[in-house]
Design a protein around this ligand. Structure first.
Ligand code: MG
Length: 449
């Protein structure tokens, strides 16, 4: 559909609600999904805390019912609960209305498969085709879908989570839900799991008055202070829909995303899936336990697909989006937080657990590059890099070009999906080597745009 705007990014429809994610669009997505499902079956529908959610939910619901689909509404829930409910309630698909970590005025629509895994790009492309062709199959008055509500699934989810982890009692945890969809359930789960819980930004509010919903260091000042001030063992921060989490250690420091992912991955062992931008500590820590790391395209659905194909034990992105295939194929920030709490309660301070991973020099740089130049420079990037470096151990071209060198150092040259940049991300064993790789890659890009 080259002439049409792409509705779905790597993580569902995203946009400024009044401009892009309108009720008309939501109605059309409802009808498109009903058509895609051949006008039969059940869809589970949920939303996060945003102000426009109920408006969009009613529009999607109308489109689904019109197309003969039975709808189960589960209300305001974290995205992982929507994924879980789609699976447990035998839904044929799930729809979550959320803009994840984006600011208040944004909203979006994300579709899920019956096993709780996000729709793949191919599935999204099919929905887009139906939507733009207005190829809707509607039903007669006597075939309209039925509507029901389910509140009980929240309790089933909570109980299932509690059965998955075993946290030593008495752990003191500060939880910062950003006033997002984790606000209601995440603190309850940690309390029931035996933790002493202090909450921050845990009143549901679509204006996100406490902090920006993206859980990064710049937005987590209050949590960092609260962990230290209360003498907590652990801080946990969710994004707006709680499919992500990041930890703050007992000293008030936001954990290094790569090291945290390496720490939990090592626990699972075996085959672990991550994305091309994840660091060297993943490979080193998995190698220690005889496991291996597979790297795929950026985007949690890509990680989920490879987990299933390779029967992997675990998968995650450095952003804190972790997938636990032993529980559900939807990324789950609450379960991720519980697993970190379990580890800290049994193995000791998080700062010490993370200090076992070496600090390698890393560099992230972006080079301004027009859309056309981006395509041109990336076309030949693999050969250009191959001709320049002589100690390459492995080349991965699944998403940009990623070189791994003989000593484990690596570099990723990848065009930005949304902005006019080519990014260089790298990690090397020495600062000198890091700067050298950066200078060479930068020159190659600049000489070829
Ligand atoms: Mg999210």
């Amino acid at each position: 559909m080259a002439e049409n705007k792409k509705l779905f990014g790597t993580s569902g429809i995203r946009g400024l609600v009044k401009d892009e994610v309108t009720t008309e669009l939501a109605l059309g997505i409802g009808k498109s999904l009903a058509t895609y499902l051949n006008n039969e079956g059940t869809v589970v529908l949920g939303y996060d805390t945003r102000t426009t959610n109920q408006m969009l939910e009613q529009a999607i619901c109308a489109g689904l019912l019109d197309g003969g689909i039975n709808v189960i509404k589960i209300g305001m829930v974290p995205t992982p609960l929507l994924g879980y409910a789609t699976d447990k309630l035998n839904g044929d698909a799930g729809v979550m209305i959320t803009a994840s970590h984006n600011p208040s005025q944004y909203n979006g629509i994300k579709v899920w498969n019956k096993n709780g895994m996000a729709y793949t790009q191919e599935q999204e492309a099919k929905l887009e085709e139906i939507y733009y062709n207005k190829d809707f199959k509607e039903t007669e008055w006597d075939k309209i879908g039925t509507l029901s509500h389910n509140n009980e699934i929240k309790n089933t989810y909570i109980n299932d989570l509690l059965n998955t982890v075993d946290i030593k009692p008495g752990l003191k945890v500060v939880i910062d839900c950003a006033c997002g969809a984790g606000s209601e359930i995440s603190p309850i789960v940690f309390r029931k799991a035996g933790c002493e819980v202090i909450t921050l930004n845990s009143q549901a509010d679509g204006f996100f008055p406490g902090r920006n919903p993206e859980p990064n260091e710049a937005n987590l000042g209050s949590l960092m202070k609260a962990v230290v001030a209360t003498g907590a063992d652990l801080g946990i921060a969710h994004d707006g829909d709680a499919d992500r989490m990041i930890t703050v250690d007992e000293t008030g420091k936001v954990s290094d995303f790569d090291k945290l992912l390496a720490l939990i991955s090592k626990k699972f062992g075996g085959t672990v899936v991550t994305t091309v931008d994840a660091g060297l500590c993943m490979d080193e820590s998995l190698a220690e336990v005889g496991g291996k790391v597979l790297r795929t395209k950026v985007g949690d659905v890509n990680v989920a697909e490879v987990i299933i194909e390779e029967d992997a034990t675990f998968g995650g992105e450095p952003s804190g989006t972790w997938l636990h295939p032993d529980f559900c194929m939807c990324p789950d920030g609450i379960l991720s937080g519980l697993r970190m709490a379990e580890m800290v309660s049994k193995e000791g301070k998080l700062s010490e657990l993370l200090s076992k991973f070496p600090d390698y020099p890393n560099i992230r740089e972006k080079i301004v590059c027009s859309k056309e130049a981006k395509i041109k420079v990336m076309e030949n990037m693999e050969n250009l890099l191959k001709d320049t470096f002589d100690d390459i151990k492995e080349i991965n071209t699944i998403d940009g070009v990623r070189l791994t060198f003989e000593d484990g150092s690596w570099v990723l040259v990848r065009p930005s999906g949304t902005e006019d940049y080519v990014r260089i991300t790298l990690e090397a064993k020495t600062q000198e080597k890091a700067e050298n790789i950066r200078d060479i890659c930068k020159k190659i890009i600049e000489d070829n745009i």
